[in-house]
Design a protein around this ligand. Structure first.
Ligand code: AMP
Ligand code: MG
Length: 418
């Protein structure tokens, strides 16, 4: 099955903003994850496959918002307290079982259905009770402390749209409608591999010139946070035939492939050649961000391939900004705008205009209560230690050449992305 047009990832040969490229790619990529039905208790972090339309109202009946007495406002004397007989009791799950009559009060507890007749609930704290009679104050507003039927949801309302990520509130909402199961997208299966002759798996010994493979573990953890199933395709040496067979295997087994390393234009960068030898296509995407260049997007046997840079910080930042929205799209998720929060720079920094820069940051609250962002860890696309413990990214737009302490800057919390 070929899911992608051949030149799906071909874009104009110019530096692109992240938004431009992601929007463009999303329009060319179809959702690959089919729908399935899962029990509500297993639906967390899945993506809704169809709109959820209420087939009943919540609450289904008018009910008391407080503990007190149900009365009819027209039975009350204007301007003076009124004493009424208490003739019955309604509690949550135990309706009165008859209509209310004019001239009586009904003891009612929070959540109990309001009997037909009374139109108002008086809070018990405002009442005086003596034997089986209650005195209620003057000046009650009709409808006070009554939650009308359908106050939360009306039958026929679209309460969740297809693509919504199911979090605790969404699952609670579906339960309130009585749904035991929901149609969701199947979990996206993503193959991950690292390229590089220098890489060794943690737990094995390293010789001179070798390093441990950090990216595969980093990327697998990021993918699991996104709700993907991960297929671990290990470390692939910098040899065209090895990369080609690894990519062919990965494509047979996954909805998307995420690789790191081997996609810059150095001699050892075999991903492009390997992909083309296997009948796929790879497009280098000149991404105007730091850290980040280069990112490559391609396809093999109709399966999209996201080729991230080898430097670990660049791999993580490009995963979050580029791979994440594309994978979410393939998984059937609705687009969720990435919010930037205004904070104050607690640092000075010079940058090259023309590209967007992301700095690792932590926040501090200054004595006036304002949030101040400080740089975290050392600069450099390889400094994984600077990402550990970072709370967020400060985003410096293309046109900015310098930031001084006290300047307003845009802050993206990592918790919104991971
Ligand atoms: P590359 O993009 O393959 O040219 O790699 C750029 C830099 O990132 C080199 O210093 C690599 O050794 C390093 N690198 C590549 N892949 C990984 C990895 N999986 N874990 C840690 N460092 C890596
Ligand atoms: Mg490499």
């Amino acid at each position: 099955m070929s899911r992608l047009a051949d030149d799906c990832f071909a874009l104009a040969d110019r530096l692109l903003s992240v938004e431009e490229a992601v929007t463009e790619f999303r329009s060319r990529l179809a959702v690959v994850a089919e729908a399935e039905t899962v029990p509500l208790a297993a639906a967390e972090n899945r993506y809704l496959a169809e709109d959820l339309v209420a087939d009943r109202s919540v609450p289904p009946h008018a009910n008391a918002a407080v503990d007190g007495y149900a009365v009819h406002v027209d039975d009350l004397a204007p301007g003076a307290p009124t004493t009424l007989p208490v003739n019955g009791r309604a509690a949550a799950g135990h309706p009165l079982g008859r209509s209310g009559r004019r001239g009586e009060a009904i003891r009612i507890l929070t959540g109990a259905p309001l009997p037909t007749g009374p139109d108002t609930v008086v809070m018990q704290e405002d009442c005086m009770v003596s034997g089986d009679r209650v005195t209620v104050p003057a000046g009650l507003r009709r409808g006070a402390h009554v939650r009308p039927a359908g106050d939360d949801i009306r039958a026929g309302d679209t309460v969740l749209t297809a693509g919504r990520r199911l979090g605790p509130a969404e699952i609670g909402l579906a339960a309130s409608l009585g749904r035991p199961a929901l149609p969701v997208r199947r979990t996206l299966r993503v193959a991950v591999l690292s390229t590089g002759d220098e890489l060794r798996a943690p737990g094995t010994s390293v010789a001179e010139g070798q390093i441990y493979d950090a990216n595969r573990y980093l990327l697998m953890a990021l993918l699991r946070r996104l709700g993907c199933d991960v297929a671990d395709h290990g470390i692939v040496p910098d040899r065209a035939d090895a990369v080609r067979s690894a990519l062919t295997d990965a494509a047979a087994d996954a909805d998307a492939i995420v690789t790191s390393g081997g996609v810059s234009v150095g001699d050892e960068d075999h991903v492009k050649a390997a992909l083309e030898a296997a009948g796929g296509r790879l497009h280098h995407w000149r991404l105007a961000i730091k850290p980040g260049k280069p990112v490559a997007l391609g396809q093999i046997s109709g399966v999209p391939l996201l080729g991230l840079p080898g430097n670990p910080v660049a791999a993580m930042v490009t995963f979050l900004l580029v791979a994440r929205p594309l994978l979410l799209h393939l998984a059937g998720a609705e687009p969720v705008p990435l919010r930037r929060f205004p904070v104050t720079a607690g640092f000075g920094h010079g940058k090259k205009p023309g590209r967007r820069e992301f700095l690792r940051a932590v926040l501090e609250t200054d004595p006036s209560g304002a949030l101040v962002a400080h740089r975290h860890g050392r600069e450099g696309a390889g400094m994984l230690s600077s990402l550990a413990g970072a709370e967020g990214l400060v985003e410096l737009p293309e046109d900015v050449a310098a930031v001084a302490p006290g300047d307003p800057v845009a802050y993206i919390p990592l918790s919104a992305l991971i």
